[in-house]
Design a protein around this ligand. Structure first.
Ligand code: GN1
Ligand code: CA
Ligand code: CA
Length: 126
């Protein structure tokens, strides 16, 4: 309940919360695991829409807890399983300049792969 009071969002059994900060992928992952959660990753349309909604309060892009940093082209959740839902923008993922292994969600809910070193809004799931 307190997470919702603090501006979080409930979607099914998941609670989404942002700290309002933009960090690189490793720092963002760490912020979430330090708090006992995971960097948020939508498993379906409804969760994607909830993350999109939360993102619009603080920023225009947020990181998702998804990357292909271990095997190029094979996107996995930070928890290690291969992704089962995606909402890529047209032409994405394009691994632009061979340097994009992390995933941002844009204000329209679509996904784009970007360098993991960029700073994006941190949204955690609990
Ligand atoms: C951006 O800036 P540019 O056009 O090289 C984006 C890529 C997208 C691409 C789509 C850091 O690349 O991830 O695939 O637009 N790069 C960043 O046109 O956002
Ligand atoms: Ca990649
Ligand atoms: Ca891209």
């Amino acid at each position: 309940k307190i997470l919702l009071f603090l501006g979080g969002k409930k979607i099914g059994d998941k609670v989404l919360v942002t700290n309002g900060k933009e960090e690189n992928f490793d720092a963002a992952k760490e912020k979430c695991t330090d708090a006992g959660g995971l960097l948020a990753a939508p498993r379906n349309e409804a969760e994607n829409a909830a993350i999109q909604d939360l993102l619009q309060r603080d920023a225009s892009q947020a990181f998702l807890g998804i990357s292909d940093e271990h095997v190029e082209g094979l996107f996995k959740y930070v928890s290690g399983e291969q992704i089962t839902f995606s909402n890529w923008n047209l032409g994405e993922p394009n691994n632009n300049k061979d340097a994009e292994d992390c995933v941002e969600i844009l204000s329209d809910g679509k996904w784009n792969d970007i360098p993991c070193s960029l700073a994006r809004l941190v949204i955690c799931e609990f």
